[in-house]
Ligand binder design. Structure first.
Ligand code: PMP
Length: 428
C-alpha cells in the first residue's frame, strides 16, 4: 500500500498541531505508525488521499450509524444550508429534533442542545451540583465523559490511550471532589455510597462503557447503581453519547428499563455534525439559565445544519428496521469470532453488545478497567496494523470500541472475519 501523500501531510501537520492532530487518538501514536488522511467516504468505505479504500469500523466514533454520506442526511443538510448556516436566534428545526428525542426517551422532559458531548457532560455536572447543592460527584474508572476537568480523573478513551487518564492542569482541589469507582463492583459501590452518598450531587456513567474497550454491565449492576443513588438522593446521569439511539431507539435506558435524572447525548443525534445535548426532569432542567441560576450558553447551539442532520438520522432510525439489521450483523460477527476462537484458541477476549465490539488481547476475562489495563498493547498494535494493510479500519487504540453501521453488509462481516482469522493465525 502506498501512503506517500498522507506521509507528506503528516510531516506538515506535526509543525502545525500538537502531536500533529486535533484529537489525540487520531495520531495513531499508540499503534506506532503514522495516520492516513481521508479524502472522502461513502457508506461503509473510507478513501484516503493515496486512494486506499478501507472498510470503516470507526464510523466517526459512532456518530454515523447509517454510514458515510447517507442520502437522507446529506439531503437534509443541503436543504438547510440554502437557508443559512447559523442564525444566533431560534429556528424551528430545534423544536423538531427536541420532540423526536423526547418521544424516544421518556426520562427527558426538557432538553438543551450544545455543540459536543464534552460540553453536555460539563453542563450536566454543573447542573447536578447547582440543583442538589452538593459538590461531590461519582464516576467509574475507565469511563470517558469528554475532556471535562472534574471528569478527567481515571478517564478512558484518548486519555487512557495516551497514558494520561488523570490529566495535568486540573486543580487537585477539583479532582478531590470526584470519587472514582471500579466498574461492575457492587461491594465498592455500596461502600462508596455509605461514605459519600449524602454529599454526592450525581453519579455519572456510560451504561454500557465503551471507552476502555467495551465492558458491559454485569447482570443487576445498573439496578444496584439506581438503588444506591435513590437511597442517598444522588442524581443519576446516563452518558448516552455512544449508546443513545444506538443500542435501541430509546438508548440504553430503554433497554435496561432505568430512568436516569439526566441524560447526555451527542454523536448520533447530530448525524456527523457537531452536537451535544442534555435532557432530563423538568425541575432539574429548569435550573439552567435563563430560568434558573446554573449558567450555560452557546453561540452555535441548536445550529440549523446540525439539527437538520440529526432530524434526518433519527427519522430514519424511528422506522425501526435498523436495530434488527445491526443486531443480525453483530450476531454474525460474534458467531464468526467464536468459531475463530475455537480453531485458534488465541489469548483474546472478544466483546460485543448490539452494534458495538472490541478486542482485548488478554487470556483473562475483562469486567473492569483494571482488567482492560492488562491487555498486551504490542499485540494490539500488530493486529491493528495487519488489519489496516488488509484495508480494515478499526479504532487505533486497544482502549476503544468499534462500531457497525447500517451501511455494513454481511459480506463486509465475512471479509472482516476472514482477515481477523488470517491475522491471528499469523500472530500465533
Ligand atoms: N461521553 C462519551 C461516552 C463519549 O464516548 C464521548 C466521546 N467519544 C464524549 C462523552 C465526549 O464527546 P465529544 O467528543 O463530542 O466531546
Amino acid at each position: 500500500m502506498v501512503f506517500s501523500l498522507s506521509e507528506k501531510l503528516w510531516n506538515q501537520a506535526q509543525e502545525l498541531f500538537p502531536g500533529g492532530v486535533n484529537s489525540p487518538v487520531r495520531s495513531f501514536q499508540s499503534v506506532g505508525r503514522h495516520p492516513f488522511y481521508v479524502s472522502r467516504a461513502k457508506g461503509s468505505k473510507l478513501f484516503d488521499i493515496d486512494a486506499n479504500c478501507y472498510t470503516d469500523y470507526v464510523c466517526s466514533w459512532g456518530a454515523l450509524i447509517h454510514g458515510h454520506c447517507y442520502s437522507p442526511v446529506v439531503r437534509a443538510i443541503n436543504e438547510a444550508l440554502q437557508n443559512g448556516t447559523s442564525f444566533g436566534a431560534n429556528c424551528p428545526l430545534e423544536i423538531r429534533l427536541a420532540q423526536l428525542i423526547r418521544s424516544a426517551m421518556p426520562s427527558i422532559e426538557k432538553i438543551r442542545f450544545l455543540n459536543s458531548g464534552t460540553e453536555a457532560c460539563m453542563t450536566a455536572i454543573r447542573l447536578a451540583r447547582g440543583f442538589s447543592r452538593r459538590e461531590k460527584i461519582m464516576k467509574f474508572e475507565g469511563c470517558y465523559h469528554g475532556h471535562v476537568d472534574s471528569l478527567l480523573v481515571k478517564a478512558g478513551s484518548g486519555a487512557l490511550t495516551t497514558g494520561i487518564p488523570d490529566s495535568e492542569g486540573i486543580p487537585a482541589s477539583l479532582s478531590a471532589l470526584t470519587i472514582i469507582l471500579p466498574w461492575n463492583d457492587e461491594e465498592k459501590l455500596i461502600a462508596a455510597f455509605k461514605k459519600y452518598g449524602r454529599e454526592t450531587a450525581a453519579i455519572i456513567l456510560e451504561p454500557v462503557p465503551a471507552n476502555c474497550g467495551l465492558i458491559p454491565p454485569k447482570e443487576g449492576f445498573l439496578e444496584s447503581i439506581e438503588t444506591q443513588a435513590r437511597a442517598y438522593g444522588t442524581l443519576i446521569i446516563f452518558d448516552e453519547v455512544i449508546t443513545g439511539f444506538r443500542l435501541s431507539y430509546g438508548g440504553a435506558q430503554a433497554l435496561f428499563g432505568i430512568k436516569p435524572d439526566l441524560t447526555v447525548l451527542g454523536k448520533i443525534i447530530g448525524g456527523g455534525l457537531p452536537v451535544g445535548a442534555i435532557g432530563g426532569k423538568k425541575e432539574i432542567m429548569d435550573s439552567l439559565s435563563p430560568l434558573g441560576k446554573v449558567y450555560q450558553a452557546g453561540t452555535l447551539s441548536g445550529n440549523p445544519l446540525a439539527m437538520a442532520s440529526g432530524i434526518a438520522q433519527l427519522e430514519e432510525l424511528q422506522k425501526g428496521h435498523a436495530y434488527q439489521y445491526l443486531e443480525n450483523l453483530g450476531q454474525q460477527l460474534e458467531a464468526g469470532m467464536l468459531e475463530i476462537q475455537k480453531k485458534l484458541s488465541y489469548p483474546l477476549q472478544f466483546h460485543r453488545f448490539g452494534s458495538l465490539f472490541s478486542f482485548f488481547f488478554t487470556s483473562k476475562k475483562v469486567t473492569s478497567a483494571a482488567d482492560a489495563y492488562q491487555v498486551d498493547k504490542k499485540k494490539f498494535s500488530s493486529f491493528f496494523t495487519a488489519l489496516l494493510s488488509s484495508r480494515i479500519f478499526i479504532p487505533p487504540s486497544p482502549f476503544e470500541t468499534a462500531f457497525l453501521s447500517t451501511a455494513h453488509t454481511e459480506s463486509d462481516i465475512d471479509e472482516l472475519l476472514k482477515i481477523v482469522y488470517d491475522t491471528l493465525k499469523q500472530m500465533l
